[in-house]
Design a protein around this ligand. Structure first.
Ligand SMILES: Cc1cc2nc3c(=O)[nH]c(=O)nc-3n(C[C@H](O)[C@H](O)[C@H](O)COP(=O)(O)O)c2cc1C
Length: 209
């Protein structure tokens, strides 16, 4: 198992910036890996706890931690698949066996799926939008930390992420919703680069008045 660094002490003085060429190369070439092509092993419970701890170091206005995570591993992945298949059949009474099988296998390719739940406080002065952005940052940071620890993964949603009945079955409260399912495991192979947006079309400087 890779050595996960300990959390800095609460009163530690941290470097404000740390130039790091390895980190730049890592960010320059990072990629998601298709969930269907993930294989065993995945991070064990101790590693999951370290990955989640580090991933939670995200900007979070007024320190609300407006999220929580639910991990699906082992048999729980197939059990989740049964919930998806049953709901799919309820919504689509003419569903084929093939479709139902696909729903059953949704969480089964990756050794581990981390569901990230957005849990905003609507009464707080930090806007819900900002709280949700923090949750998105957590999702991506989970991928980055897991990648840095040697795991491959991807951030998926799918129809289940938006179905209230499914949310309730997994214990989500009415104000909560899935921000994503982070599928983690070992990459079977290398992954091809995909076209990326160009800075020319998306970056501008405000010219001033
Ligand atoms: C919120 C969110 C939900 C996503 N849901 C799906 C999904 O359900 N299915 C899918 O194929 N890709 C989904 N993606 C896209 C993949 O996570 C990923 O961005 C894509 O495969 C390219 O990966 P890369 O640019 O990180 O290499 C989603 C991305 C985000 C940010």
């Amino acid at each position: 198992m890779i050595a996960y660094p300990e959390a800095p002490a609460a009163d530690a003085m941290l470097a404000a910036s740390q130039s790091n060429e390895h980190m730049l190369a890592f960010l320059n070439a990072r990629r998601s890996f298709p969930a269907a092509a993930l294989k065993e092993p995945g991070p064990n419970p101790e590693e999951v706890s370290q990955i989640v701890r580090m991933a939670m170091r995200v900007p979070d206005h007024r320190r609300l931690a407006p999220w929580r995570v639910i991990v699906f591993g082992g048999e729980a992945r197939a059990d989740a698949g049964e919930v998806f298949a049953a709901r799919h059949l309820e919504l689509n009474p003419n569903a084929t066996l093939e479709e139902l099988d696909r729903e059953r296998r949704r969480f089964c390719c990756a050794p581990l799926v981390i569901a990230v739940i957005s849990n905003p406080d609507g009464s707080h002065k930090t806007p819900v939008w900002e709280q949700e952005l923090s949750v998105g940052a957590l999702c991506f940071n989970l991928l980055l930390v897991a990648n840095a620890a040697g795991w491959a993964g991807t951030w998926l949603t799918g129809w289940m992420a938006f179905d209230r009945q499914i949310s309730r079955e997994f214990g989500l409260h009415d104000h909560e919703r899935f921000a994503g399912f982070i599928h983690l495991g070992t990459a079977k192979e290398k992954v091809k680069e995909r076209p990326r947006p160009t800075t020319e079309s998306l970056l501008s400087y405000w010219p001033g008045k």
